[in-house]
Design a protein around this ligand. Structure first.
Ligand code: COA
Length: 185
């Protein structure tokens, strides 16, 4: 059984250096800046150009949803916004969900924040919400993300050949997943 109340209420999740807190419109400014960052755009394969109004509406509508969990990643020492991490597409019948994460830009990449946020969200997904499987997609040109996911316990499952077209070039998309009883590293 999935604990939909835990999804609706999204408790704050505290780690050593980051805290995960409900994503909402109070995070608009740094979230909007991240959406303009060329590396974030490329690594997330974001083809869409959003308006400020769309992002305000998206953020404001995040709290209280029972079929996904959108968390802001905050630096623990000063609660500075570092990015977002999400459980999406929750399938109650199969106990499964999708996963995505994006930090705000190169100034905060490579400092362990992404791996820690991923581990915290997986703890919540399996031990609080009661999910069985969490899966993700990551591009072939993003070894940093693949490494961060492996460090959190995700296992590579497959390859979708030429599933992304970016700047006129085809790229493969790697599928990774972790099950409830897999080692969480
Ligand atoms: C992907 C992301 C969440 C990872 O978080 P992070 O805080 O930057 O990563 P971490 O510091 O926790 O871990 C990165 C690991 O990758 C390794 N790494 C970095 N660049 C690498 C490269 N080019 N090749 C292989 N490994 C690399 C680091 O050495 C580190 O591993 P280690 O601890 O064993 O040394 C973050 O970089 C990000 O948001 N990037 C932009 C958006 C994005 O890529 N989202 C994911 C889309 S699927």
């Amino acid at each position: 059984m999935i604990d939909t109340e835990a999804l609706r209420t999204q408790p704050e999740l505290a780690g050593q250096n980051v805290v995960l807190a409900q994503l909402d419109d109070s995070h608009f400014e740094p979230a909007w800046r991240a959406l303009q960052d060329p590396e974030v755009i490329r690594f997330t394969g974001t083809h869409t150009k959003f308006t400020e109004e769309q992002i305000h509406q998206w953020l404001a509508s995040r709290p209280g949803i029972a079929d996904r969990a959108d968390y802001a990643i905050l630096r623990k020492e000063d609660r500075a916004y570092l990015g977002d991490v999400v459980l999406s597409d929750i399938d109650e019948d199969n106990g499964s969900a999708g996963f995505r994460i994006a930090l705000t830009g190169p100034d905060v990449f490579g400092k362990g924040y992404g791996t820690e946020a991923t581990k915290l969200l997986l703890g919540y997904a399996f031990d609080v919400v009661g999910l069985h499987r969490v899966s993700l997609e990551v591009f072939d040109f993003n070894p940093r993300a693949q490494r961060a996911y492996e460090k959190a316990g995700f296992v590579r499952e497959g390859l979708q050949r030429e599933a992304l077209r970016w700047d006129g070039e085809w790229h493969d998309v790697v599928t990774m997943a972790i099950l409830k009883n897999d080692p969480r590293l």
